[in-house]
Design a protein around this ligand. Structure first.
Ligand SMILES: Cc1ncc(COP(=O)(O)O)c(C=O)c1O
Length: 377
């Protein structure tokens, strides 16, 4: 038996539910951006001051320890993460890679088939699950905090040992600003502006512990040929300027100003804890809705590992996914909610802090309506 449901009257204020680039913060306006650094050299005092302000505000908002280095690097999260892998991994120490969706699988492929590290242990889980997490403190550890294409996140990093000789290298692009990151457990952390805060593409951030810096400066570590765009050391010494706003190559000052506008918004709404609250509320809205319907389910099987940013869902009738996404796009109520092409068929709703929970609530009414309407066809 199929039920007929009336078309909802209300539309979301913002129909952007993409998992990257993600929605801008509410009421974002181009006039929020300072434009005086545009058309100026990024090496001018003004340019350097703005870039350094990104670094210092990142430290303040995320509560990053004073002895950790923060750098703005090219090529978004992929650039930040791959420059980390290529710079610190080597054959002196084995590498464990934990992966449970496409981005983690990609990093595993980098380590094994491109970097050709000889001693690699890849631990995988299928979409919706986490592998058993066992930290070997004498090996490097590569992982993604929040798997954007399966909606499975780590609940914490308690399983990582404080005393370790290996480095921990974490792709945190879908977790940062929302999850409580324990900096003591993270030697290298990366993220992209386009996702966490609805910033712009092109740039990434790399955050490094003193131990990570010591590895970079270790004798022999910079013997591997590296393109200039990835190089963080010169003559076995860290290029310190990168961590003070003197970027490796030319950044987009428009993107920089956009991120600074995001930071002003964050401070206005109450800092990182407000961001976490907003995103967790989004998950609560979706979880309450899923609870009420037997035709929609979280892909993440364990509740405590459900991502509040990338909320991945499967539909009982998976054949309805494509027409449903098309219908909601035509109705201008939801853009880009189809699951990633590498993931099981389903829908994915971005619930990061820039998305309003009211909009998610309205969206769920539309999904319910569309599902029933399409079932009747
Ligand atoms: C977990 C994760 N890692 C890496 C990336 C790649 O990010 P970017 O395109 O910003 O380099 C993404 C993008 O969605 C992601 O979700």
């Amino acid at each position: 038996m199929t039920t007929s449901i009336n078309e909802p009257h209300t539309k979301p204020n913002c129909a952007n539910f993409s998992s990257g680039p993600c929605a801008k913060y509410p009421n974002w306006d181009i006039s929020d951006l300072n434009l005086d650094s545009l058309g100026r050299s990024h090496r001018s005092n003004l340019g350097k001051e703005r870039l350094n302000s990104v670094i210092e505000q990142t430290r303040e908002i995320l509560n990053i320890p004073a002895d950790y280095k923060i750098g703005i690097v090219p090529a978004s999260d992929t650039g930040a993460f791959e420059m980390s892998l290529w710079s610190v991994l080597n054959n002196d120490i084995g590498v464990d890679v934990y992966a449970w969706e496409t981005f983690g699988f990609g990093w595993a492929n980098d380590v094994k088939n491109h970097l050709k590290i000889s001693d690699v242990n890849i631990v995988k889980a299928q979409y919706g699950k986490l592998p058993d997490l066992i930290h070997n403190e004498n090996r490097d550890l590569v992982f993604t905090y929040n798997g954007t294409t399966s909606g499975v996140k780590l609940a914490d990093t308690n399983w990582i040992k404080k005393d370790r000789t290996g480095l921990t290298i974490c792709d945190a692009t879908s977790a940062i600003f929302v999850e409580d990151l324990d900096w003591e457990k993270l030697d290298i952390t990366t993220w992209s502006w386009q996702k966490a805060l609805g910033g712009e593409g092109a740039h990434g951030i790399i955050i490094m512990s003193p131990r990570a810096v010591a590895r970079l400066e270790k004798e022999g570590c910079d013997n591997r040929p590296l393109p200039k765009i990835f190089r963080m050391t010169k003559d076995n010494k860290l290029i310190d300027g990168i961590f003070k706003g003197i970027t490796i190559n030319t950044p987009s000052m428009l993107c920089v100003e956009d991120l600074l506008a995001c930071y002003r918004w964050i401070k206005k709404i109450g800092g990182r804890s407000a961001l976490q609250k907003r995103s967790y509320k989004n998950l609560e809205v979706v979880a309450n809705w899923v609870e009420k319907h037997d035709w929609v389910e979280f892909l993440a099987s364990n509740e405590k590992n459900r991502s509040s940013t990338a909320m991945c869902l499967t539909l009982k009738d998976s054949e309805l996914v494509n027409p449903l996404c098309e219908l909601l796009e035509q109705k201008k109520v939801a853009y880009d909610i189809r699951a990633h092409c590498d993931a099981p068929k389903g829908i994915r709703i971005w619930g990061g802090p820039t998305v309003e929970s009211k909009d998610i609530e309205v969206l769920t009414d539309w999904i319910t309506w569309a599902y029933h309407k399409l079932q009747q066809k």
